[in-house]
Design a protein around this ligand. Structure first.
Ligand code: 1GP
Length: 252
């Protein structure tokens, strides 16, 4: 089954949680252990990204180690076109819609596409939108972050992604953001959008996860919590519960 079909079929029944793992900070074994704990906690997929400096061999080994350990999809969440791996089940083929640098809107994608075609990995087209504060990814991606009270611009980017044929919209406050994307923005975007909405950045506990999910996120992403927590499984189990306890509103 294609990863997009796995996600879509699950979304018909419940909200989803995905765990972001940064392989640059961890050994392949550590990546696999965290993926396993996340799987036990009920996460629906592992996203691998955040790295700027990892080489292809290390990425290959980390992804393989995770695949050997968990039955859920391992999806690449790329930061540039250089580190790609055929071991992934799919790649989020993303455009950073509010970047000021064309490289992050279509340039990196142009460079990566022939390689992706060669390795034959499933692509999942996604519109990626940075919301204040945007953190490191906002800086690295030269974003013009959407202001936290600017619902109109957030809706505009999200609809543009949908009309361009993208399959998901990702509202990103930035990894480690002090506050997640405002619930009012999530609600406003969700009300207009007919494709699934992913929200991440700054979500560290069940209460925040459930607030984001309740506001309308179809998929909630957490990353940093697995690096901070001594009890990764317990922390993620509560977050997953927070996400899945909210009502689904499907328009897709
Ligand atoms: C980053 O949205 C993700 O792309 C995760 O953010 O690390 O703050 O959970 P956190």
């Amino acid at each position: 089954m294609k990863v997009i079909d796995y996600i879509r079929s699950k979304l018909r029944l419940e909200k989803l949680h995905m765990t972001l793992i940064d392989p640059e900070k961890l050994s392949p074994k550590e990546c696999a252990n965290i993926a396993y704990l996340a799987f036990l906690a009920g996460t629906d997929a592992v996203m691998v990204g955040g790295s700027t400096g990892i080489d292809a061999d290390n990425l290959d080994s980390s992804v393989q180690a995770m695949k050997d350990k968990v039955p859920i999809p391992i999806i690449q969440f790329p930061s540039h076109s250089k580190a790609l791996s055929s071991n992934f089940d799919a790649i989020y083929f993303m455009s950073l819609l509010n970047s000021k640098d064309i490289k992050y809107i279509i340039g990196e994608q142009m460079m990566a596409s022939p390689i992706i075609k060669d390795i034959g990995i499933e692509t999942i087209p996604m519109g990626y939108v940075i919301v204040e504060p945007g953190m490191k990814v906002g800086e690295m991606g030269d974003a013009d972050p959407v202001k936290r009270n600017d619902l109109k611009t957030a809706i505009g980017y999200a609809l543009a992604a949908e009309f361009l044929g993208m399959k998901f919209v990702y509202l990103e406050a930035g990894s480690g953001a002090p506050e997640p994307v405002p619930p009012e923005m999530i609600e406003a975007v969700k009300n207009e959008l007919s494709i699934p909405l992913i929200v991440g950045g700054g979500i560290r506990d069940a209460k925040a996860a459930s607030r984001i999910s309740e506001a309308g996120a179809d998929i909630v992403v957490t990353g940093t919590i697995v690096e901070l927590s001594k009890d990764v499984e317990g922390a993620l189990r509560n977050i997953v519960k927070g996400v899945k306890s909210t009502t689904i509103i499907n328009r897709f």
